[in-house]
Design a protein around this ligand. Structure first.
Ligand code: ADP
Ligand code: MG
Length: 316
């Protein structure tokens, strides 16, 4: 298959149509229409073999995750996803791989009504870059910089599952399906992000480790936090297969969670109950924003937690 056959067969043929796509795949660039009174929210994330996924990872899961991590960034802004582009670098034109990859990619793209509007295809070591574009009503985007002292700190879903799965894989141990699923097919919290518009003061998605990512909110908001590590939301699979200390460690530092961490003023807290019920997604209060610009971690009994809080960094 030629480069153009691949683009047509695996990508152009499967993307959904949206009325706001004036010009999709096929020309030198795409054209989309932004509705009145809305802002465009743009993000890019790359997945590299050996860094973001293991050599053994299925093409379906790679396709799924490459969309999920980008949509997670849009969720953290409160944006509604609309379009994406795909820059794909492949060692060879393996048709079975492309078929599986595109199925994973479109499974999530269709779920959130995201149209693939363009991209690039090159030969080289396997690497997937997606740019996702979303929409938000003017001035409603949720930033990292809005946290205020007294805000409660919340986490969606559970933390540490993906990192624990990766840890078990690296030890050649068997991994419970629910943990594997969290590693390979993370769920971008799009509806939660949309519902937090006008409610949350600050939001971030947790990709590099909860403590490291919360730190971005603290630095950009010029505030501190007190976190009760015994309140961190842990899945039953994690608490079943990891020790309490391990579970806290993976929840604090693991990364690859793609949950949202957000801060909310106490008077808005009661609104979270119906959001949580409607989305069938646990929302757990784990701490409070403080004035002094440090992060304090403690247990239920107030005893300080002294474990690592370092997250994932590429050039360390
Ligand atoms: P150019 O040479 O002008 O960069 P290309 O030949 O790379 O254009 O791409 C031709 C068309 O196919 C463009 O519209 C481009 O956006 C689209 N395209 C290329 N690669 C992909 C891909 N992996 N997925 C979706 N669309 C793609
Ligand atoms: Mg090109």
């Amino acid at each position: 298959m030629s480069e153009f056959d691949i683009i047509r067969h695996y990508f152009q043929a499967h993307t959904l149509t949206r009325e706001d796509v004036t010009l999709g795949i096929g020309d030198d660039a795409a054209i989309v229409t932004i509705p009145a009174h809305h802002e465009l929210v743009v993000t890019t994330d790359t997945l590299n073999e050996g860094v973001h996924f293991l050599k053994e990872t299925s093409a379906f899961n790679i396709g799924h995750k490459s969309v999920a991590v980008n949509l997670s960034d849009l969720a953290a802004m409160g944006a509604t996803p609309a379009w994406m582009t795909l820059a794909l670098t492949l060692p060879s034109a393996n048709q079975a791989w492309l078929d599986d990859f595109s199925k994973g990619l479109f499974s999530l793209a269709k779920q959130y009504r995201v149209a693939l509007i363009g991209g690039d295809l090159t030969k080289g070591p396997l690497s997937i870059s997606i740019q996702a574009l979303g929409l938000i009503p003017n001035n409603q985007a949720l930033l990292r910089s809005g946290a205020k002292p007294g805000d409660f700190i919340y986490i969606s879903g559970t933390l540490g599952d993906a990192a624990f799965a990766l840890h078990l894989i690296s030890q050649n141990l068997s991994v419970h399906d629910s943990l594997l699923n969290r590693l390979h097919q993370p769920t971008p919290r799009i509806q939660l992000g949309e519902q937090l518009r006008g409610i949350a003061h600050a939001v971030i998605d947790i990709s590099d480790g909860f403590a490291a990512d919360l730190n971005h909110i603290l630095e950009q908001s010029k505030v501190g936090a007190r976190i009760n590590v015994d309140q961190l939301p842990l899945s039953s699979a994690l608490t079943q297969f990891a020790s309490k200390n391990e579970a806290i460690h993976f929840a604090l530092t693991g990364g690859d969670d793609y949950e949202l961490c957000f801060t909310i003023p106490p008077e808005k807290e009661s609104m979270l109950k119906s959001i949580s019920e409607q989305l069938q997604l646990p929302l757990t209060r784990i701490g409070i924003i403080t004035h002094d610009q440090t992060m304090i971690l403690h247990h239920n009994n107030g005893i300080p937690y002294h474990g690592s809080t370092e997250g994932y960094q590429h050039f360390k």
